[in-house]
Design a protein. Structure first.
Ligand code: NAD
Length: 284
């Protein structure tokens, strides 16, 4: 069994982003700028935003966080995003999800200028990604693809089961795998017999949010397991969706939690923001 080390790969990506930022500053006097919009006081969302801000700072980005109260109206959020769309110092805009129930998330995401949509959630970018055109791709699935590339894991013809089908994790993950010529099965809460799918998979990618959802009996010998889930147990421990202790001995490769997909998500956000900065002013 080999661990896929997301932490060290993310550091490698960050170093290369940092070097490019330095070059952009020296040669063109441009500093990549990322605006983050966060609504309400969910501690997990605030923790993610502060990790993102810290990462931006470490590579030399300019970053600004718009922290809004839970009571903010949809129109007020739209006004802030419009301001950021028009701000030439901001190259990337990210709205931290989830938003409170009185806000229409899809409506908010559609207001972001697709050229600044570094989370890749705008329908314009999703459509381009599905048709295999250049686009901003959601950071978590993009980070998983980067891991496959780094570890020379060939996806062509592989049977891949994606567990979880959200717009931000499972669906874009499935589209990227299909673009890489894998045979993809997408499973979700209404899937009748999850184990019957995972047991035959060469690769299992799980992003659900349920500790120990994937157990030893659901994984074939030699499978590759990518754990996107992040769960905080009552004892404070951070775990994924996979029973790591019992599943890992069966795997050829597996990602740990923490230290797997999580750091890659942040690294891909930096890399997408750099891409948006370089493309700034170009027509798309
Ligand atoms: P979500 O709640 O929007 O979607 C969960 C998906 O899991 C749904 O498609 C649902 O149908 C499916 N599901 C629920 N129970 C299931 C079951 N018993 N069997 C099979 N499928 C089931 O969640 P999300 O935003 O997609 O996040 C999923 C997980 O990934 C969470 O733990 C989240 O914290 C984590 N996450 C991690 C990163 C990262 O950087 N590592 C990024 C985003 C999300």
């Amino acid at each position: 069994m080999q661990l896929i080390d997301g932490k060290s790969l993310s550091q490698k990506v960050q170093s290369s982003v940092q070097a490019e930022v330095e070059k952009l500053k020296q040669e063109k006097n441009i500093v990549p700028g990322l605006a983050v919009v966060i609504v309400g006081d969910d501690p997990a969302s605030h923790a993610y935003v502060s990790m993102k801000e810290k990462a931006c700072k470490s590579v030399g980005f300019y970053s600004i966080a718009h922290k809004m109260p839970e009571t903010i109206t949809q129109d007020e959020i739209i006004q802030i995003i419009t301001m950021m769309n028009n701000n030439p110092h901001i190259h990337g805009i990210l709205v931290q999800l989830p938003l409170p129930p009185h806000i229409d998330t899809n409506k908010i995401l559609e207001v972001i200028d697709p050229k600044k949509d570094v989370d890749g959630f705008h329908a314009y970018n999703v459509g381009r990604m599905v048709t295999n055109l250049d686009s901003f791709v959601a950071c978590t699935p993009l980070g998983v693809m980067k891991m496959f590339q780094e570890y020379n894991i060939d996806l062509q013809g592989k049977d891949v089961v994606v567990v979880g089908a959200s717009n931000i994790v499972g669906k874009p993950m499935a589209a990227l795998l299909l673009n890489a010529n894998a045979t993809v099965t997408v499973t979700h809460i209404y899937t009748k017999d999850l184990a019957s799918h995972t047991r035959n998979a060469d690769i299992i990618i799980v992003g659900v949010g349920k500790p120990n959802l994937i157990t030893e009996d659901m994984v074939k010998d030699g499978a590759i397991v990518i754990d996107i889930g992040i769960n905080r147990l009552d004892n404070g421990k951070l775990v994924g969706d996979v029973d790591f202790e019992n599943v890992s001995p069966k795997c050829s490769y597996i990602t740990p939690v923490p230290g797997g997909v999580g750091p890659m998500t942040i690294a891909m956000l930096l890399s997408n923001t750099l891409k948006a900065t370089k493309q700034f002013g170009e027509d798309i």
